[in-house]
Design a protein around this ligand. Structure first.
Ligand SMILES: *Cc1c(COP(=O)(O)O)cnc(C)c1O
Length: 398
């Protein structure tokens, strides 16, 4: 039996605990985990009616599954402007499926060049292999988006804030250029999360997530989601999802569904920790540069304040002394762990130029603003005094 609450009248924190729940005949409190590939029918006629779409129900878990459906419906209830969703096995499956579903040979995509490493690989290397041309632009320069438009441009793609330099791009302004040329805008909203920024409400057509990050938030499993209007999902995502099979395991969907219940609590703590750490770092003479969207020194501070509800959970900073100093600090930290994941309950730090962005040339990295002394810190939910003391101790060594 589906819940009958009117979710739109409720706050996100309430929706995230209750929305999408499908209770079985047992009336369980916690959402059930349906580990099943397929479904049995009462009769051959019932199977026929299900396949024809005359009756509602599940056919095969590559198409849909009750646990996966609960996760998808909870995401729809959370994401402003979304009417439909498909969950995927990973964030990259969400990005690739969303882009492949919208594009065909002969089309053109324009993307901001500051992208998560694998996303940039998909846009620059994989799509062109299938006859889809791509152009990379400086995302903060609106004139570059417009100048890159060709008659066959079908998709604009970007992430904001970007990884790892936390540039903030103007979603409504880029959406307006897209609308003018009848181009669909897809946004990778991982760094902001659905609670801090609503791309569909700001004019985008499609939003994708790596649920591996804040939505799980406890380092357990991979996952992804694609969201949009009913029409967008039906026209661009449904067929490719069903037939190519990037579907999520019901087990992982269940973990993510439970993760959503505590997302607002974790995010509140992580963002307040991130702001305190950013403020501390920005006053430390060992630090050459502190980047955080809600610090007034951020180049797009006003835009960030307008477009985001808070500055997010990630801080990027550059230490005087280059790679050697950055490594020394990372190696001296005790509480903050070295890991390339983000959005976790545990505070994590990574050195982008030798990990997430190692495959680029030094010249490309400089072009993206990634310097050897830079570290990216994902704030966890620990007591902030302990995190700052950990950083203080580590910074004393350089
Ligand atoms: C992690 C990440 C992805 C990829 O997600 P996976 O779940 O690792 O496949 C895509 N975009 C951004 C911005 C990410 O941080």
């Amino acid at each position: 039996m589906a819940e009958t609450l009117d979710f739109l009248s409720l706050q996100p924190a309430t929706r995230l605990v209750h929305a999408g729940t499908i209770r079985s005949q047992h009336g369980e409190t916690s959402e059930a985990l349906y580990m099943t590939q397929g479904y049995v029918y009462e009769s051959a006629e019932a199977a026929e009616a299900r396949f024809k779409g005359d009756t509602e129900g599940y056919i095969y878990s590559r198409f849909s599954n009750p646990t996966v459906a609960m996760f998808e419906q909870r995401m729809v209830a959370l994401e402003e402007g979304a009417e439909a969703a498909f969950a995927t096995a990973t964030g990259m499956a969400a990005v690739t499926t969303a882009l492949m579903g919208q594009l065909r040979a002969g089309d053109h995509i324009v993307s901001a060049k500051a992208l998560f490493g694998s996303c940039r690989f998909v846009v620059e290397e994989h799509l062109p292999r299938f006859g889809i041309e791509s152009t990379l632009v400086e995302g903060s320069d609106l004139s570059q988006w417009e100048a890159a438009v060709r008659p066959n441009t079908k998709v604009f793609f970007l992430e904001t804030p970007t990884n790892p330099t936390l540039d903030v791009y103007d979603i409504p302004a880029i959406a307006a250029i897209a609308k003018k040329y009848n181009i669909a805008l897809t946004i990778d909203n991982v760094f902001a999360t659905p609670l801090l920024q609503s791309p569909l409400g700001l004019g985008a057509d499609c939003v994708v997530y790596s649920a591996t990050k804040h939505i799980d938030g406890q380092g357990r499993c991979l996952g992804g989601v694609i969201l949009g209007s009913k029409e967008f999902i039906k026209d661009n995502v449904q067929t490719i999802m069903r037939q190519t099979g990037p579907s999520i395991s019901p087990f992982n969907a269940w973990v993510l569904l439970k993760g959503l219940e505590t997302l607002p609590l974790r995010l509140d703590k992580q963002t307040s920790n991130a702001l305190s750490i950013a403020t501390y770092l920005s006053k430390n003479p060992k630090i050459a540069l502190t980047i955080y969207p809600f610090l007034s020194s951020h180049p797009q501070y006003t835009l960030a304040k307008r477009q985001m509800k808070s500055g997010g959970t990630v801080i990027t900073f550059e230490i005087h002394g280059g790679k050697e100093a950055a490594f020394k600090v990372a190696n001296t930290l005790r509480i903050i762990k070295i890991s390339n994941n983000l959005g976790d309950a545990k505070s994590l730090i990574c050195h982008p130029s030798t990990s997430t962005h190692h495959r680029f040339t030094e010249e490309q990295r400089v072009d993206m603003g990634i310097r050897p002394g830079m570290l990216r810190l994902s704030a966890g939910i620990e007591a902030v005094e302990d995190l700052i003391r950990d950083l203080e101790r580590a910074l004393e060594t350089v």
